[in-house]
Design a protein around this ligand. Structure first.
Ligand SMILES: C[S@@+](CC[C@H](N)C(=O)[O-])C[C@H]1O[C@@H](n2cnc3c(N)ncnc32)[C@H](O)[C@@H]1O
Length: 400
């Protein structure tokens, strides 16, 4: 959409000034006929000892200069108007981007999608897991000297970034009353579905317990050899009273009590089984990073128009299938009383499967429009999603 430049800048300035929701802004590229010596400017909100500040990092191509400003006296308008061609403002609820054309017009694009506000001012992210922690050595992420094995770097990063979202999501779900306040007598029941070698299972257990949370963690995987291996590690670490493993199918697990359901790359419809199991057993918080998506991919045969425009390209068809699968999953959770976000939990360089569905059970009734959108999408494509089949009885009263 083309907007008047002043209007577009006013919206970007207002989004940056709203420190409750402002995540970051990036200014780059040069506007035609304007002098701008900086290559790029990054703006973010940071929590300093003296209080909240707006941090402006100016890069001239060689070095970066950082300045902090009091939010009450800071306005971004002048910077926005200083000659950059591309402006991106991210807020917790979505992004606002402006591209200033050669004609000096503002091409504005708005998109929705949750971003996480990170108020830390140290550019180096704080490590949540120490590479020499004995559990990382035992599970095979670190070598015997306590260094992350090169072949396990990506898995380590996935697990650490998963934890980075799990910890604050859990805290806010507890404080909002969506997940119980745990005690030693009633620890949080955390269930990792499709746990495999249990990297995430052990990491969640160790990290949350170290942070003082009473937790009981259960890892479920269909493979008996995973259970035996993981249980032996738990014994060796002396933590078998608060972590256990079951060799079971997710859909048929004997585990039934859960506060938090997690899953990292449970294959294909095992992710649907994980979501369905979490819903049926009333999980207050669900964090699931899906893996491959074959269920709906294989149902994309009769393509409703005008979508053939996308699906005639094999790669785009596959990506659309992934997006439709995860959108439908999110919507089903929404219809069943969850507040849902699809977020990126780790950089794409560590795994292409880097989307996470985060859902908090609020019990809110779905809006008529949400129901209508869901039924229209399903009928337009003629889909029978695995998750809808598994949760048919839960959805029946909503879709009647
Ligand atoms: C790609 S691995 C991911 C393992 C682990 N979460 C990780 O990130 O390292 C998927 C795991 O899901 C398990 N799995 C697949 N389908 C399952 C099902 N229906 N029930 C239980 N486990 C399942 C597999 O055995 C495998 O260990």
């Amino acid at each position: 959409m083309v907007l008047d430049l002043d209007k577009a800048f006013a919206e970007a300035t207002a989004r940056i000034a709203d420190t409750q929701s402002f995540v970051r802004a990036v200014l780059s590229g040069r506007r035609r006929n304007m002098e701008q010596t900086l290559e790029r400017v990054d703006i973010k909100a940071v929590a300093l000892k003296s209080g909240l500040a707006i941090q402006v990092m100016e890069n001239d191509g060689v070095r970066t200069t950082t300045k902090n400003f009091d939010p009450s006296s800071f306005t971004a308008t002048e910077l926005l108007n200083s000659g950059f061609a591309n402006i991106l403002v991210e807020s917790t609820y979505g992004s606002y981007s402006i591209r200033i054309t050669k004609k000096g017009e503002a091409q504005v694009h708005e998109s929705k999608g949750a971003k996480v506000q990170d108020l830390s001012h140290d550019k180096k992210k704080v490590r949540l897991l120490e590479s020499n922690d004995p559990f990382l050595i035992e599970i095979g992420i670190s070598d015997s000297s306590g260094n992350i094995k090169p072949s396990r770097q990506d898995k380590f990063k996935q697990v650490e970034e998963f934890l980075r979202l799990l910890a604050p999501s859990l805290e806010s779900a507890i404080s909002a009353g969506h997940v119980k306040q745990p005690s030693d007598a009633h620890p949080l029941e955390i269930v990792d579905l499709g746990c495999g070698h249990a990297y995430l299972t052990f990491a969640a257990h160790q990290y949350l317990r170290k942070a003082g949370n009473p937790v009981h963690v259960v890892g479920i995987d269909i493979r008996e050899e995973s259970r035996a291996r993981n249980e032996a590690i738990a014994k060796k670490l002396g933590i078998e009273s608060s972590i256990e493993f079951r060799a079971e199918e997710i859909a048929a697990t004997t585990k039934s009590d859960v506060d938090v359901a997690i899953a990292l790359h449970a294959c294909d419809t095992a992710t649907d089984d994980a979501l369905a199991w979490a819903v049926k057993n009333g999980a207050g918080l669900i964090l699931v990073a899906p893996c491959c998506h074959h269920d709906l991919q294989s149902q994309m045969k009769e393509i409703p128009e005008p979508w053939a425009l996308v699906t005639k390209q094999g790669l785009l068809k596959e990506r659309l299938g992934d997006i439709l699968t995860d959108s439908i999953r999110c919507q089903i959770l929404r219809l069943l009383g969850y507040r849902v976000e699809a977020i990126e939990f780790v950089g794409g360089e560590h795994t292409p499967r880097n989307l996470m569905i985060r859902a908090v059970k609020t019990g809110a009734a779905p809006e008529a429009l949400d129901i209508q959108r869901y039924t229209s999408l399903i009928s337009q494509w003629g889909f029978t999603p695995k998750l809808a089949t598994t949760l048919a009885s839960e959805l029946a009263s909503i879709l009647k």
